[in-house]
Design a protein around this ligand. Structure first.
Ligand SMILES: [Zn+2]
Ligand SMILES: [Zn+2]
Length: 282
């Protein structure tokens, strides 16, 4: 399981990205469904402060202090700087959890900030980008990025022999270049994300509250058509995860998901997260 998620617009949204032990948003029910995995979470990234994305924090913070598991493990929660709802939540959690066994760290972020995840051969980090949701509340999206190495573009096509010669002459560094590969992009609640922020990501998780444009009364969320258009413009490489689907489309979302071949002309797979169901992506 790479991803475990629950997402139903207005009710609850959270997504656990197991490779980096990150929980994106923390809607109600997250800890009861994650169970012992609640202790595996290293970091939580909040996209914004609406209750359907933060209500689960109360129990996560509490469970990590009281259930069976490593009660001393630090938990870091990142959030959009200046978000007033989250500021209230921080105060409330501090007042109601005066005796935590572990360090609970809150880190405010602004668009363009980066957070180091992993050092080593293939370092990883999170980069933030701005999203557009509601006018009076700042919101953020997050990319998980891996720093990789590849053969310099101008050397592609050389024979093995020529490459070996070059390595002897210039060393391995002389023939390789580093590049930054976006592995996963989490948009949270947002209208269509600007493609430049998520360009060439492997997996995009995009707001798809509305399957039909005519159901959208206010411009705060995206439609399925917009999510697909954004993924195409951003040249998403592997998967588009459509989440935050309104529960009014319970049946329709299932029908679309089952109509295999519906989006077969696209370069990436379209996955609809069924509203109201625990959903895992292998
Ligand atoms: Zn929401
Ligand atoms: Zn929201």
């Amino acid at each position: 399981m790479r991803i475990l998620t629950y997402s139903k617009a207005l009710y609850s949204t959270w997504l656990y990205y197991s490779a980096d032990r990150i929980l994106f948003d923390a809607g109600e029910g997250a800890s009861s469904i994650l169970g012992n995995k609640t202790f595996a979470i290293k970091r939580i990234f909040l996209s914004h402060g609406h209750a359907d994305h933060t209500a689960g924090l109360l129990s996560i913070v509490n469970i990590r202090n009281n259930a069976m598991g490593d009660k001393e493990k630090k938990l870091t929660i990142y959030y959009p700087k200046g978000n007033s709802l989250i500021s209230e939540m921080i105060t409330f959690l501090a007042r109601t959890n005066r005796h935590l066994n572990y360090i609970l760290e809150w880190v405010p972020l602004t668009a363009g900030d980066t957070v180091e995840l992993l050092l080593g051969q293939l370092p990883r980090y999170v980069e933030t980008f701005p999203t557009v949701h509601v006018h009076n509340e700042v919101s953020l999206g997050y990319n998980i990025v891996e720093v990789r190495h590849r053969l310099k573009r101008n050397l592609v096509g050389l024979s093995q022999e020529e490459i070996v010669k070059l390595v002897q002459k210039e060393g391995k560094q002389g023939i390789t270049e580093t590049y930054h590969q976006r592995l996963f992009s989490y948009g949270g609640d947002s209208v269509a994300i600007k493609p430049a922020y998520i360009q060439n990501t492997e997996i995009l998780c995009h707001d798809t509250t509305f399957l039909d444009e005519q159901d959208r009364k206010a411009y705060k969320h995206a439609t399925l058509a917009e999510a697909i258009a954004t993924a195409r413009a951003a040249c998403v490489e592997k998967e588009l995860i459509c989440f935050h689907i309104s529960s009014r489309y319970k049946e329709k979302a299932r029908e679309i998901a089952e109509a295999s071949g519906r989006y077969s002309e696209l370069e990436f797979k379209v996955i609809l997260v069924p509203p109201g169901r625990i959903f895992s992506i292998a």
